[in-house]
Design a protein around this ligand. Structure first.
Ligand code: FMN
Length: 337
């Protein structure tokens, strides 16, 4: 809708979500009406045509105050065009987490943090979602947060903790912010994509070093898309290849049929699918978690992760099945990297 009145409401603990709020406003363009406000500055949503809500992440969800805000304004939000984004430590939406207190393996990271919220508030029909990554200044966390991060460092798989050895750690993917703003421009304002998005990186830039004692250390660890891990507790393989989500899902179904696997679709979103595959008649009941996903920053490619949490030695047939699936997906030179 041309000349639509927009509101961007954010909830932040340490400032990242506020920085990106103004970054998004600049990408939308200052000539277009978009108010930027903190969550506690809002009385009513009635004057606005569309509403964007940004949040920090805790316990794999947007903040509690964002949940309360949606509950309070649910009727109004359900009638309007909406979009949601989170700042988060991890953005890899092929992630399946099996960690206490959630016994059940579930999709985690990035846009997956909205799955619970959108299930709880089914009348929200966002035009787009963003899982941007974020910035963590570890020595400045409050005591409760610092304790939780300390505990997570000891319980999480090490590859998830990019913050090791850094005071300032960043997982931000600027292209995700740009894609989010372009979705809003297209769907809410009938505008073409921004032609010079790099100009707005100033809203996120910082001279703060990753480590005071090592000024040259990077704040952003390199993203590695192709991984194969074979440990006593887990077989994990992640890759990317040229395809679409629909084509990939068709190939996964073909592989499951040919391998005699029962395939169950656990969760489906617009950008990923979580499948569980089990061998029919298998005594060990070995489950393979499969998640193909598309990323806004990597158009034309599908990223896929296979995980089997069975113990080494008893999971050999699952490992062989995963190798066969990858051969099918990567065939005809489709593999990237
Ligand atoms: C105690 C604590 C818990 C967190 N939990 C998660 C989480 O479950 N998943 C995630 O991806 N990021 C998590 N984060 C990362 C933050 O959400 C991220 O750093 C974000 O940028 C913070 O936004 P803010 O600067 O606007 O407060 C956590 C950070 C802290 C300090």
């Amino acid at each position: 809708m041309k000349n639509a009145k927009g509101l961007l409401v954010y909830d932040t603990c340490y400032g990242s979500t506020a920085e990106s709020a103004y970054w998004i406003k600049a990408l939308i363009g200052h000539e277009h009406y978009l108010e930027v406000k903190g969550l506690h500055q809002i009385l009513t949503l009635e004057p606005y045509d569309y509403v964007i809500i940004g949040s920090y992440t805790r316990w794999e969800k947007p903040s509690k105050d964002v949940y309360n805000f949606i509950e309070q304004h649910y009727a109004e939000l359900s009638k309007k065009q909406t979009a949601f984004y989170v700042h988060c430590g991890d953005c890899d939406e092929t992630t399946v987490m099996t960690m206490p207190p959630w016994k059940k393996p579930h999709l985690s990271s990035g846009r997956n943090y909205f799955i619970h919220m959108l299930t709880k508030f089914p009348d929200l029909k966002p035009v787009t979602l963003g899982g941007f990554g974020g910035r963590q200044v570890t020595p400045r966390l409050n005591r409760g947060d610092a304790l939780l991060i300390w505990l997570l460092e000891r319980t999480m798989p090490q590859d998830k903790c990019g913050w090791y050895g850094r005071d300032v750690w960043e997982s931000m993917i600027p292209k995700r912010v740009e894609a989010f703003a372009n979705d809003i421009r297209a769907h809410m304002l009938d505008l073409p994509p921004v032609h010079d998005p790099e100009k707005c990186h100033v809203f996120w830039s910082t001279e703060q070093p990753a480590l005071l004692s090592e000024r040259g250390k990077g704040k952003t660890p390199e993203r590695i898309f192709t991984v194969c891990k074979n440990t006593p507790r887990m077989f994990y393989s992640r890759s990317r290849f040229r395809s679409s989500l629909d084509e990939t899902v068709a190939l996964i179904n073909q592989w499951a049929r040919e391998a005699g696997l029962e395939l169950i679709e656990e969760q489906k979103t617009s950008y990923n699918v979580h499948f569980q595959a089990t061998k029919q008649g298998s005594k060990e009941n070995l489950i393979i978690h499969i998640v193909p996903a598309t990323f806004p920053e990597d158009p034309g490619n599908v990223h896929i992760a296979f995980r089997c949490n069975g113990k080494a030695g008893i999971r050999k047939s699952a490992e062989d099945d995963i190798v066969r699936a990858e051969a099918l997906l990567w065939a005809d030179g489709r593999k990237v990297d």
